[in-house]
Write a protein that binds this ligand. Sequence first.
Ligand code: SF4
Ligand code: SF4
Length: 434
Amino acid sequence: MMRKIETNTAVQRKREIEDPQKRHSRHEAMEAVQMLDKLKYDFPHSLESMKYFYDLYERVYCKGEKIHSDKPLVGTLCIQVPYEIIYAMDAVPVRLCNGFHTDEQLGGEFMPTKSCSLVKATLGMLQSRDIPAADKLDIIVHPTTCDQKTKAISIIEDMSYDMYHMEFPRVKESEESREYWRRTVRKFTKDISKELGRKVSRRSLKEAIRKVGRAQMAYHKLNELRRVTPSPILGKDMFLITNAFFFDEIERWTEAVENVYEEVKKRVQSGFNAAGKRSPRILYTGSPPIFPNLKLPVMIEEADGIIVADESCSANRLLNDMVSVDEWFMYDMVDAIADRYLKGCTCPIFTKNEDRKRRLRELIEEYCVDGVVYQSFAGCQVYEMEQRSIMQEMEKINIPMLYVETDYSPGQGGQLSTRVEAFIESLKVRRRKR
Ligand code: SF4
Ligand code: SF4
C-alpha cells in the first residue's frame, strides 16, 4: 500500500515539472511583455497607428502565433540575403537574428563566453525550435559575412537544419568582388529555386522588386520626416517598426508603415515634438538592436535624448538602398539585386570601411545630429575594432561619440544608464554654449 502512494506522488511530481519547451516559451513571453509594456506605457503621446505593431509583437512573441504557414519559409542569417529573389519564388524570408536573453543563455552552451550575443541568441532560438512567426523552416541561408556567424553554421547543421551557404566577399571596393558576389547571387537564384521546387520568372522577379521597393519607399518617406526639428517620432518606435520587417507579411507591413507616415505627417504639420524641449538629437550606430533587446535605444530616450537617425542592420541599413534596374531582363535584374546588397552593406566585416564613415557623416548633416551612440556587442571584434576609426572620424567633424559595449543581460542596466545620462547631459551643455 505504502509503495503505491509513493509511486502516485512521483507521477504527480513529474506532471508538475514544466516541460522545458513550455518554460522556454514562457520566459520569452515574459521578456517580450516587459519590453512591450515599456515601449507602450513609459513614453507619453503614443502614436495610434503603432497599435498594429504592438499587437503584432504580442501575437507573435507572447501568444506564439505563426503567421506564415502556406508558403515555403526561408530563414536568413544576415541582411545580405536577397529578399527579392525569395519573394520571386513565392516563398517568405524570415530573418533569424534574435534579441532574446533567454535564447542567448541557451546558445551560450555552443560558443565561447565572450562571443556575440546576437549569434548566441540565434543559436539558442534554433536549438529550441521556437522560431517567431514561422512553424517550420524549409531552408536557412547563410552569407559568409562575419566570422562568428560563419563558425556557427556547422553547429546549426548539427541541429539538423538544411543550410545554404552564400560566399560573400570581404573587400568591397574591387571589381573582382563585385563580379564574385554577382556570381554568388546568380547561383543562389538557381539553387534555391531547385531546392524549393519553385521557378523564378522574369515577371515574378519584377513583381518582387516592386513589392520590396514599395516597402522601402514607405520606410523612406517616414524616415524623411525625422529630419524635421522638432522630431515627430521617437527612435524606439522606428526600431520596433523596422524589426517587424524581419518576420511580418510584407504587404501588411508596408500598409502599416504608410499609416504611421500619415499620422506622423500630421504631427509635423502641427509642430508636434515627440521629445523634450532641449533633447539632443542622436545618431545610433553599431551592433543591431533587435527586439526585445531594445535596451540601449530605450535608455537614450528615457535620458531625454531622441534617436533621429541610425546606421544599423536592424533599421536604416536594412531598408536603405533600392534595386536600380537598367533593363528588365532576368540576368540584368539578378545582377542589379546583387549590386544593391553589396553596395549598400556598411557592416564592419569589410577590410576597409570608408563607406560607413561617409554614410555616418551624411546622416549627421542631414538629420542635424548632436551626438553619436555606438554600440558593440561584447565579443564582436569587427564592431569593437572599427569603433576607433569611427571615433577619430567623429573627432574630425567635432561630433561627440559614446562607445558602449553591451550584451543581452538585464543586469547591466544601472551602470549603462548612468553613462548614457551623463552623455546626454554633456550634449545639452554643448548646445547651450553654442
Ligand atoms: S551585423 Fe553585419 S554580419 Fe551581422 S547581421 Fe548585421 S549585417 Fe549581417
Ligand atoms: S554584431 Fe558582430 S559578431 Fe554579431 S552578427 Fe554582427 S558583425 Fe557578427
